[in-house]
Write a protein that binds this ligand. Structure first.
Ligand code: SAM
Length: 264
């Protein structure tokens, strides 16, 4: 607002998003599998493989820095972070890449910490969790991050443009902003089937499995309200990023999309 205060509507939105994720934290993975028929795992695998995190010691001999510094925003249950550390270690033989998982919701972070115990990274300095709002990452210094990721998070932010500006600030020159998010289906017939699934089945599954219809209704509506591929690409450009190619890659006909920007 003009005076720097949050509007009542914005404060309520933040509260509501908080309540939604506290409510879904423990059933989050099961619900993701059910709602996406397991496809979210393939999207996340593709997202991480395509980013190819890690600095291969055999091919990066001119670099003084060991490993990448990765910030996974809205990292919730650690889904993206664990994949990135696995990829850096097994594909790039990189035992130094570090991931900081930041999330605004302590219940989602607690779920992530619990799940980390089942990975080799639980007690290593390569993984840490911080409670933070993506719109104001004061604890992260300027130009300190090689890769900023946000998966299925940004559509919940109240001020998406502020979050993208923060991404720009914390990235090093040459650093990459990468976002995996629900997007707009690009075929009318497929869109009709998809809308029917999302507006009727998802709230129903939410009610039956998680005992919480409203949170899942909110998730479906937030997908509907999120900008189109081109609009979101332009928001990334407006923050100062260079955008490679058309700026995004559609997944499963546009149900989700990966957007990328490079800090010049
Ligand atoms: N990245 C994970 C994944 O792909 O499975 C979790 C995504 S989950 C749908 C969305 C996450 O965004 C929640 O954990 C929620 O707490 C977080 N979130 C919402 N608003 C946020 C904000 N302003 N700053 C940081 N995290 C936020």
């Amino acid at each position: 607002t003009h005076f720097g205060f949050e509007t009542v509507a914005e404060a309520l939105k933040e509260q509501k998003v908080g309540a939604v994720f506290s409510s879904v934290a423990s059933s989050y993975d099961t619900m993701n599998d059910l709602m996406s028929l397991g496809i979210h795992r393939l999207w996340k695998d593709h997202f991480v493989r395509n980013l190819n995190p890690g600095r291969n010691p055999l091919t990066a001999n001119n670099s003084q820095e060991k490993g990448w510094s990765i910030l996974d925003i809205a990292g919730g249950t650690g889904d993206i972070a664990f994949r990135m550390l696995d990829h850096a270690s097994t594909i790039n033989n990189d035992a130094y890449t570090k991931v900081t998982v930041a999330d605004i919701n302590p219940d989602m972070l607690a779920e992530g910490r619990k799940r980390a115990l089942e990975t080799p990274y639980a007690r290593s300095s390569r993984l840490n969790f911080v409670e933070a709002n993506a719109e104001k990452l004061d604890m992260i210094p300027d130009a300190s991050v090689d890769l900023y990721t946000v998966a299925f998070g940004i559509r919940n932010f109240t001020h998406k443009d502020a979050a993208i500006r923060e991404a720009y600030r914390v990235l090093k020159p040459g650093g990459v902003f990468a976002c995996l998010e629900f997007s707009k289906v690009n075929n009318a017939a497929f869109d009709a089937v998809y809308k029917r699934w999302s507006f009727s089945a998802i709230p129903l599954i939410g009610q039956l499995i998680a005992g919480d219809r409203d949170s899942y209704q909110y998730l479906v509506e937030s997908i509907e309200r999120f900008p189109s591929q081109t609009e979101f690409r332009d928001m990334i450009k407006d923050a100062g990023f260079m955008v490679p190619g058309q700026g995004w890659e559609d997944l499963t006909g546009g149900i989700a999309a990966i957007h990328k920007g490079v800090k010049p």
